[in-house]
Ligand binder design. Structure first.
Ligand SMILES: Cc1cc2nc3c(=O)[nH]c(=O)nc-3n(C[C@H](O)[C@H](O)[C@H](O)COP(=O)(O)OP(=O)(O)OC[C@H]3O[C@@H](n4cnc5c(N)ncnc54)[C@H](O)[C@@H]3O)c2cc1C
Length: 463
């Protein structure tokens, strides 16, 4: 361990912790980051965003090769080599986690390897060794939410971590939970050949997503082969040598039934992870769901102890954690750090992708807001027709009077990249017309975003 005294000690080297550390180092602070995992980068780089996106990309290529090449006049004999696909994914993780280690060296940030425990204001122990810090940041992230009666063994009954590591394609898989992680991992294994059934407690998939877009996504995924069993709750699971038997009953009550699958993925959400941090002894307040409570400056009830990322309230997303890390570092340096949560995008990396920012139609209706919706389907977008990626639409929601953009919801190829044009306009408080009057290269998927912005004023030209 290089030092025993720091301006800032951050516990957790995920996106919140490592990006916050880099910003603090840029601002002249002496920074140490405590991380118990062998590799830096947290959940996101090791067992979250990155490995899942690597497998989503590989499996989509496989699906395309099996089902999509023929119509382009390409004949191919396709064979899956899962071991190589997994090795590539591991290589991606390795490269990016090493990248974080490089950035730490570059910015003279110390990686304090080991388990961090907070002993009080200004004092952390790393594997029992004391480290002093003017400020301490809890950036310890989250873990998979357990489901009573369904014990995860990471072999037959897996969390997302186990689902990223399966050694063979299961014949059948039941995904418990129709949130983004369940649908992404379900898509991976469905594309590779598993018969995937998604069981969801609610009567809809992707809770929180704009209803129209969520329904389209479910319809498209069903066409791809995913089966959905909504309004159903899993009450118990028994794992045997050949698979898992689940007891499932209607969420609202009724007769139970059994379902079998070779593999069961539990993906019912995530919860903050603060185990072994010593928060009770120090008196750091948490809410009923275990999130560390913070004020507008990310400070907990204990002076000098802060928290960011998945460990606090808000969307559990890597970029949200990053923005909070940066804002906190800037505030600690006496600057005006700020996070605009209204423009935080959310992306589901299925194919097609779904990307959303701001309010949904349901939220606007509930708030009684006078709004206009401008929509444009990809069936009328020239690039989508060229590429045979016609599924989906762009929906822009704007204030009826000022036309200020209040939300945008895109389902379509590369939606996750497209959404950022709207995010930027929203960040500047822009109106649908600002988007509509900007140049858009032709032919691009982004032209559908412009057409949806024009449609807010009833002026779409291409349909
Ligand atoms: C399968 C999956 C896919 C995902 N995909 C996406 C995506 O595509 N886009 C997106 O934005 N988000 C995605 N997420 C969510 C994203 O990973 C999290 O929102 C993000 O990692 C949160 O960052 P964080 O810095 O708060 O914490 P984390 O990334 O969870 O990092 C916390 C770190 O703290 C360490 N730690 C905890 N306690 C201690 C301790 N006491 N001492 C030392 N170290 C400790 C942990 O080992 C961990 O490395 C995904 C998550 C999963 C599981």
């Amino acid at each position: 361990m290089a030092e025993t005294s720091y301006d800032l000690v951050i516990i957790g080297a995920g996106p919140g912790g490592y990006i916050g550390a880099i910003r603090a180092a840029q601002l002249g602070m002496k920074v140490g980051v405590v991380e118990k995992r062998a590799k830096l980068g947290g959940t996101c780089l090791n067992v979250g965003c990155i490995p899942s996106k690597a497998l989503l990309h590989s499996s989509e290529k496989y699906r395309e090769a099996v089902h999509g090449f023929a119509k382009h006049g390409i004949k191919a004999q396709v064979e899956l080599d899962l071991a190589t696909m997994m090795k590539r994914k591991d290589g991606v993780v390795d490269q990016l986690t090493k990248g974080v280690a490089f950035l730490f060296r570059k910015h003279k940030i110390d990686h304090l390897a080991g388990h961090g425990t907070i002993k009080g204001t200004g004092l952390v122990e790393v594997d029992g060794k004391p480290v002093k810090a003017k400020s301490i940041v809890i950036a310890t992230g989250s873990e998979s939410m357990p489901l009573p009666g369904v014990a995860v063994d990471e072999k037959r009954i897996v969390s997302s971590t186990g689902a990223l590591e399966l050694a063979k394609v299961p014949q059948s898989m039941i995904v418990i939970g129709a949130g983004y992680i369940g649908l992404e991992m379900g898509s991976v294994w469905s594309r590779l050949g598993a018969k995937v059934t998604v069981v969801e407690f609610l009567d809809r998939s992707t809770p929180g997503m704009d209803g129209e877009v969520a329904r389209q996504l479910q319809r498209i995924l069903a066409k791809q082969g995913l089966a959905f069993k909504l309004g159903s709750k899993v009450t118990s699971a028994t794992a045997g040598a050949d698979g898992v038997t689940l007891t499932v009953e209607p969420s609202m009550g009724g007769a139970s039934e059994t379902m079998n699958a070779e593999i069961v993925l539990v993906a019912i959400g995530r919860r903050p992870f603060t185990e072994g941090l010593g928060l009770d002894a120090v008196g750091v307040a948490r809410d009923k769901r275990g999130f560390v409570e913070v004020d507008a400056h990310y400070q907990t009830n204990i002076p000098g102890i802060y928290a960011i990322g998945d460990a606090i309230q808000g969307p559990m997303l890597a970029h949200k954690a990053e923005e909070e890390g940066v804002a906190l570092a800037e505030m600690l340096a006496g600057q005006a750090g700020h996070v605009n949560y209204e423009t935080c995008p959310g992306i589901v990396y299925t194919w097609p992708e779904v990307a959303t920012v701001g309010k949904t139609e349901e939220q606007l209706k509930e708030a009684g807001r006078d709004y206009r919706a401008g929509k444009f389907p990809f069936t009328a977008n020239s690039r989508a027709i060229c590429n045979d990626e016609k599924d989906g639409l762009v929906k822009i929601l704007a204030d009826a009077k000022t036309r200020r953009i209040l939300g945008a919801h895109i389902i379509g190829a590369e939606a996750g990249d497209m959404i950022h044009a709207v995010v930027n306009v929203m960040e500047f408080g822009g109106a649908a017309e600002d988007l509509a009057r900007s140049f858009h290269g032709h032919p691009t998927y982004n032209e559908a975003v412009r057409e949806a912005a024009l449609a807010v004023a009833g002026r779409a030209r291409q349909m």
